[in-house]
Design a binder for this molecule. Structure first.
Ligand SMILES: *Cc1c(COP(=O)(O)O)cnc(C)c1O
Length: 378
């Protein structure tokens, strides 16, 4: 048994991990014994369950979140010369897939309270070339969707939400997945639910739904004589029934998972409330976060790396989410060398991701918090 506030030395705490139980294992084994490993009934059922959970009309399940982003960008016809406004505080896939379709990511500065795109700085970046806004619900915390939707409406832009952190979150009692033109999800093991690898696009728009499903499987349809005809350049971005079965089983536990994640979040907030040297995320009204990760920021940027190293030496799998996308060598070499965004740069130099997952024990959370306190005392 583990003592409260202590931890076995060799017992490394990762920043995120899955929660798999016997029901999940049974569901997967059932598919393995069936006739369909892919393109069978589980994918359809997973899509229906996802759409129902999120209050969206349609879901298209795919092989991963990056593929989901790629298909969403193709579905709105993004092409060379188009601009899309997004946040630099995200996993690179959000903007990489824009580059993949030839569009130009235009990075908007972020808010320092919830680390999301600053909705008040979007409009000044709009040009005649702008086609879409891609907000990312960072750490599972919903962006200001009322404001973003109204800007998009005024300027005739699509809203594609990168909701990879935010399955199970809601904004003003609307589930994330039901708001924008499309919402993108990932089921990587660190996300709200997992299928190993996996992703999905949710939409209320039938035309977009049809395009996404078409492009997921090579852009091939059957003609009226039953022949396969390829009408658009598509891909193989299908998910398997093995994965979908795991997804269906995991989704049943999502609300429980979100509650468990909220408890971890609340414990961190409480334990770290008196540590003056760091800032913790603001709690904003009218939203339920999916609590994907817990971010602290050191008030002095010079302390950040030392604190992160100290935690790592003590078996805590801290991480940095995220270096501003434009700071990566690829983006530096491809037109973003002169870009600086004040809040994003401040954030990127001071952030540390603490472990947050469903099975994290309160003793482990206290251990992490005690180590942070110990660092600042010495
Ligand atoms: C995980 C993630 C992705 C990519 O999802 P994969 O399933 O790993 O391809 C995209 N955007 C964000 C914000 C993510 O966290």
């Amino acid at each position: 048994m583990m003592e409260k506030g202590s931890k076995n030395k060799n017992d490394f705490i990762p920043y995120g991990r899955q929660a798999i139980d016997n029901a999940d294992i049974k569901a997967v084994v059932k598919v393995l014994r069936s006739d369909w490993l892919t393109q069978g009934p589980a994918v359809k059922q997973f899509e229906e369950s996802l759409a129902k959970y999120c209050n969206a009309k349609y879901a298209v399940a795919v092989s991963n979140g990056t593929a989901a982003l790629h298909l969403a960008y193709l579905a709105i016809g993004l092409k060379h010369g188009d601009e899309v406004i997004t946040t630099p505080n995200t996993f690179v896939a959000t903007s990489n897939m824009l580059v993949a379709v030839g569009a130009k990511p235009v990075f908007c500065d972020i808010r320092l309270d919830n680390h999301n795109i600053d909705e008040n700085k979007i409009e000044e970046l709009i040009t005649p070339k702008t086609k879409a806004i891609v907000p990312v619900h960072f750490a599972g915390h919903p962006c200001e969707m009322d404001k973003i939707s109204s800007i998009a409406k005024k300027h005739g832009l699509f809203v594609i939400e990168d909701a990879c952190h935010a399955l199970g979150a809601s904004y003003k009692n609307k589930k994330i997945g039901s708001i924008g033109d499309m919402s993108i999800f990932s089921f990587h093991p660190v996300k709200s639910i997992t299928t190993g690898e996996g992703g999905a696009i949710l939409t209320n728009n039938y035309e977009l739904y049809k395009k996404l499903a078409h492009l997921r499987t090579h852009g091939i349809n059957k003609d009226k004589n039953g022949f396969n005809v390829m009408t658009d350049l598509g891909y193989n971005y299908r998910i398997t029934d093995i994965q979908a079965a795991l997804g269906i089983s995991q989704l049943k536990k999502l609300d429980k998972f979100i509650k468990a994640r909220q408890r971890v979040f609340d414990t961190y907030k409480k334990e770290l409330a008196n540590v003056k040297e760091i800032a913790t995320p603001a709690i904003i009204k009218n939203v339920q976060s999916a609590n994907h990760i817990f971010i602290i920021r050191t008030k002095e940027s010079s302390k950040r790396n030392a604190l992160a190293n100290f935690l790592k030496q003590n078996g805590v799998g801290v991480n940095f989410h995220y270096p501003s996308v434009y700071s990566h060598p690829y983006y530096q070499q491809n037109g973003y060398r002169s870009l600086t965004l004040k809040n994003a740069d401040t954030y990127h130099n001071t952030c540390i991701t603490l472990p947050l997952y469903v099975t994290l024990k309160s003793g482990q959370i206290k251990y992490v918090c005690n180590k942070i306190k110990e660092f600042f005392k010495s």
